[in-house]
Design a protein around this ligand. Structure first.
Ligand code: KG4
Ligand code: ZN
Length: 392
């Protein structure tokens, strides 16, 4: 049976929450009013630092967070016209993420909360991604989404399907599927690195795929549909899980490159692009031949198709009414268009965050903290980071 849930109804007084996020390679701070209005949003991205390595280097990420955290938080408060005194609480990401990176944001938030005598709220990064969607829907005036909800959180570190229950105000999350190896965003990043298409790989592939033939190369995926035998994990007696696996497609792309003699072309592209100071998307496009563009378009198409098919399968199985799609990969153009089309064909409402709130940000952390603020769920002084924190 479907029940409507209300996305805050104005019964409570306003609360201005300062959010701080540092779980991976973005140092971010934001001010959000009562989980429903984005007041300021500052994201300092470390792309330039990690670009030469084609992936996030944890030690460098921690160092960059240390450098950026103070100015980023100050700017978020300045942009919001607020001071440390005129915020109501501080929210910070507790995990999951890179331990060293998490510690920078968490230690700073703890010290700040202590110094300015404000309550501190610990937030799970994955719940944050889900609240990015809710924040923007409330801001648009959409306060009544339909339960049950299925959320696909798809990013560089995660590919998770959560069945969401909203009992008595507090939300509960039940993991009904996740990747068994690489996350979807990781596959985009690794394929882009292999083909020398720039970093981060997701946006690069998103742009280039528009210029290739998505039907040129077929990448089959296995159906990983099974009944959960572990009673501790099980939500109901006969529950179907739908898992993902994205390490195989990376190997398939590598094999395609080898068997189609594309190595020389990749080296040529690398040499051409290193001669340019800061190559643009168009420079990358000009350095790609037809075979590369077709391969990229086919890879993206296969990834998008697998993510959508498995999410819709789980949605049918769990008889959900609403789908939320969030996390960095939710910024992908083909994913958004195809998801909307296929979900509406099957009668599901689907919601995405805007592109700027799809990737890591602190507005989602401040928004997710609001129900905890109302419930008085504040962090103890001994709060510490948890790199493998689960969402329940
Ligand atoms: O949510 P996020 O900022 O950080 C994590 O929590 O992991 O997600 C970053 C990931 C990266 O793997 C990036 O390549 C991917 O999201 N991404 C995209 C797009 N924009 C970012 N993947 C596909 N298409 C995009 N447009
Ligand atoms: Zn994230």
């Amino acid at each position: 049976m479907l029940t409507a849930f209300t996305l805050y109804n104005g019964l409570v007084t306003d609360a201005y929450i300062l959010g701080i996020e540092s779980s991976c390679d973005e140092t971010a701070a934001a001010v959000v009013r009562s989980g429903e209005e984005l007041i300021s949003n500052v994201v300092y991205s470390q792309f330039a630092t990690h670009q030469p390595y084609g992936g996030v280097v944890p030690e460098l990420a921690s160092r960059e967070h240390l450098r950026a955290i103070v100015p980023v938080v100050r700017k978020a408060l300045d942009d919001a016209g607020r001071s440390y005194r005129t915020i109501d609480a501080i929210a910070v990401t507790k995990g999951p993420g890179l331990a060293g990176s998490l510690l920078v944001g968490l230690s700073y938030a703890k010290a700040l909360a202590y110094a300015v005598e404000k309550p501190l709220i610990a937030v799970n990064h994955l719940e944050g991604h889900i609240h990015a969607v809710l924040l923007e829907e409330r801001q648009k005036g959409n306060r009544d989404l339909q339960f049950p909800v299925l959320a696909l959180v798809v990013s560089g570190g995660h590919t998770h399907l959560f069945l969401v229950e909203g009992k008595s105000g507090a939300w509960r999350y039940h993991d009904v599927g996740h990747t068994r190896d690489d996350a979807a965003g990781e596959a985009f990043d690794k394929v882009a690195k292999l083909l020398e298409l720039g970093y981060p790989g997701g946006p690069a592939i998103d742009f280039l795929a528009k210029h290739g033939n998505a039907q040129a190369v077929k990448f089959p995926f296995a159906q990983i549909k099974h009944h959960d035998r572990n009673p501790q994990n099980r939500h109901s007696d006969d529950e179907l899980r739908v898992d993902f696996s994205y390490s195989g497609i990376k190997t398939a792309v590598l094999r395609y490159v080898e068997t189609h003699d594309m190595r020389e072309d990749i080296s040529r592209r690398r040499r051409a692009l290193t001669e340019l100071a800061s190559p643009s998307r168009e420079d990358y496009l000009a350095a790609c031949d037809r075979a590369t563009l077709d391969l990229v378009a086919s890879f993206q198409h296969a990834m998008v198709n697998d993510l959508i098919s498995k999410t819709l399968l789980a949605a049918r199985e769990h008889e959900v009414a609403t789908l939320l799609v969030t996390g960095g990969v939710a910024a992908n153009s083909e994913l958004r268009t195809s998801f909307e089309q296929r979900a509406s064909e099957e009668g599901f409402a689907v919601y995405f965050p805007s592109r700027r709130l799809s990737t890591d940000n602190a507005a989602m952390i401040a928004a997710a903290a609001y129900p905890r603020f109302l419930a008085g769920e504040f962090a103890a002084p001994e709060l510490s980071a948890d790199a493998a924190l689960r969402l329940r």
